[in-house]
Design a protein around this ligand. Structure first.
Ligand SMILES: Nc1ncnc2c1ncn2[C@@H]1O[C@H](COP(=O)(O)OP(=O)(O)OP(=O)(O)O)[C@@H](O)[C@H]1O
Ligand SMILES: [Mg+2]
Length: 547
């Protein structure tokens, strides 16, 4: 093996392997190749193949007749090892036919020794290199698309104009349980039930007639199992001249998607139905709410009437005394016109007092029973309490209950519906009286208080429709009795409607329910607790006029 001296070669120098056993031909070719090529010259096929394994070449110039190999076999052997290299075959005049066969077998071109010049040689080399590289790119691209088509999860095929399969990818063949060779050349009729095959062929005819894409979702119901859905896309296949030469199809299972869409559709309509139900329920709820509100007002009214009934006897008793005084006065004037026994002015004064008393009792009753909503007006809390105490006065006599008032005399006005608040006080006072069947002491206390953050929080068990603010000034009324107190296990239930410990006919159990409702209408709170020593304490907290 000889290697010519390498002169200064400017890139891109072509790396040429010259396989030529005739030293004269080798020399001639080297001179034709010139300085722009780096030439490695060998004289046998074995040497050529060996040097190719060690070094990189751009092209091989191959004489087919070498000492260790002759004719086409020289090319075949070379290509087995180095199929990626472009090969230019060189022939003598007498073996041009072999050289032409070599091109058929994969050589890029052949050159006839003695008939080539520098230009021809270089052009042939350039074309050979370009062709080989184009071939390589094509091969790679083909391999790329083939691997894509073979590995896609879709089923892909091609058919000719007669509906015979010309290609089927791996997935399609696996689905049919056939090899590609068993599919190619056959038609749908060979693989599918007749009516299905005919449908497929009709689709193909449609594509061929229209010359454009056809897309559909097919529905299959296997003999066993649920419906399946397949998305199908079919297109015509055109040849280089733009003529339709067949059809191709791609299809894939979309059962999950279609089922998902169906579920979604159902969910949507369920949702719409639920929404309608919800709206209907809302309307019902609103109706129920206003009915409950109405019923609540009725309960308040009922409770009021009940209390009035209870008080009627006492009031009658109260009114009887002043009336008796008035009657006595009237009798006196009618029977003894010239009486000297008593001065007239004293009798008239007694009659005036009696009238005043009877009037205030009746007015209190009227106030109390006056119907209406919560109409808030500034009022004097102590006055309201006095008036309420007056209403239950007769109840305090037997058993004897002494009343102590500890009123703060400088209270700001309270914003209340006077009649309703009096109903609250009467209920609480009546409860206290009933809790002292043996008599006792009832203390009614009022004071003003600035709430600490701790006190502003709702106390456990207390319901509050409106929050008090820390630092807010509120009016507190406490009713302390020395009665039985409330058993601890019942404390949590006293505000429940119809909860009573009184015997049938004595208590309805609505008193505190109504009371709390009224207090809440005033944005206030009511609490009932036992005192440490004995008896119970009811505490009512109300906002001042300014809060
Ligand atoms: N000061 C109190 N001392 C002891 N127990 C009380 C006191 N206040 C209320 N209770 C208890 O709370 C229960 C409920 O009171 P509420 O006023 O709601 O109904 P009632 O007094 O039983 O009947 P009515 O509807 O006639 O008022 C009473 O039955 C009683 O057991
Ligand atoms: Mg009561």
């Amino acid at each position: 093996m000889t290697r010519p001296s390498q002169s200064q070669v400017q890139p891109p120098a072509r790396r040429v392997l010259l396989t030529e056993d005739s030293p004269a031909d080798a020399l001639l070719l080297q001179s034709l190749l010139g300085a722009e090529c780096v030439v490695t010259c060998v004289s046998t096929l074995a040497e050529g193949m060996a040097v190719c394994s060690q070094e990189q070449f751009d092209i091989v110039l191959l004489d087919l007749f070498l000492p260790d190999s002759r004719g086409l076999d020289t090319l075949m052997q070379f290509q087995t090892l180095h199929s990626d290299l472009p090969i230019l075959v060189m022939s003598g005049l007498d073996d041009e036919q072999t050289a032409a066969a070599a091109v058929h077998e994969g050589a890029q071109d052949y050159l006839v020794k003695g008939q080539m010049d520098e230009v021809l040689l270089h052009r042939a080399m350039r074309y050979a290199i370009e062709r080989k590289s184009a071939e390589r790119a094509l091969r790679e691209s083909e391999a790329f698309y083939q691997s894509l088509v073979e590995n896609l999860p879709q089923y892909i095929y091609r058919k000719d104009m007669a509906g015979r399969f010309t290609f089927a990818n791996r997935r399609f063949c696996t689905q049919l349980g056939k090899t590609p060779a068993e599919v190619v050349g056959h038609t749908d009729l060979d693989f599918f039930p007749p009516e299905l095959a005919e449908k497929y062929q009709a689709d193909d005819r449609r594509v061929l007639a229209a010359g454009k894409l056809f897309e559909t979702v097919e529905e299959h119901t296997p003999t066993t199992g649920e419906k399946e859905y397949v998305q199908v896309v079919k297109t015509p296949v055109f040849n280089a001249q733009g003529r339709i030469v067949g059809t191709q199809g791609i299809f894939w299972d979309v059962t999950a998607r279609v089922r998902g869409e169906e579920r979604l559709k159902k969910a949507h309509s369920d949702l719409a139905r639920s929404r309608e139900d919800l709206l209907r329920t809302l309307v019902d709820l609103q109706r129920s709410h206003s009915q409950i509100k109405e019923a609540q007002l009725q309960v308040i009214e009922m409770e009021k009437m009940h209390t009035i009934g209870q008080m009627a006897a006492g009031i009658a008793h109260e009114v009887k005394n002043p009336l008796a005084v008035i009657r006595m006065g009237v009798d006196f004037f009618s029977n003894s016109p010239e009486s000297e026994a008593e001065p007239t002015s004293t009798i008239i004064k007694d009659m005036q007092d009696a009238l005043h008393r009877a009037d205030s009792i009746i007015m209190g009753l009227l106030d109390f029973s006056a119907p209406g909503k919560v109409e808030l007006r500034p009022a004097d809390l102590n006055m309201l309490l006095r008036s309420s105490l007056n209403l239950v006065r007769h109840e305090l006599k037997t058993p004897h209950i002494s009343v102590q008032t500890e009123f703060c005399e400088h209270l700001p006005a309270v914003l209340v519906d006077a009649n309703k608040i009096k109903q609250v006080f009467v209920n609480v006072l009546t409860n206290a009286v009933h809790a002292m069947p043996e008599g006792g002491t009832l203390t009614v206390r009022t004071y003003i208080k600035k709430l600490t953050p701790e006190e502003a929080k709702p106390s456990p068990g207390a319901r509050r429709t409106h929050e008090f603010r820390a630092g807010e000034r509120v009016l507190v009324t406490e009713f302390d009795d020395t009665g039985t107190g409330i058993p601890e296990d019942k404390l949590g239930r006293v505000f429940e409607p119809f909860f009573t410990t009184k015997e049938t006919g004595k208590g309805t159990g609505l008193g505190l329910t109504v009371t709390r409702k009224i207090v809440e209408l005033h944005e206030g709170t009511i609490q009932l607790q036992n005192q440490p020593e004995r008896g119970a304490r009811a505490t009512i907290t109300l906002r001042t006029e300014r809060s």
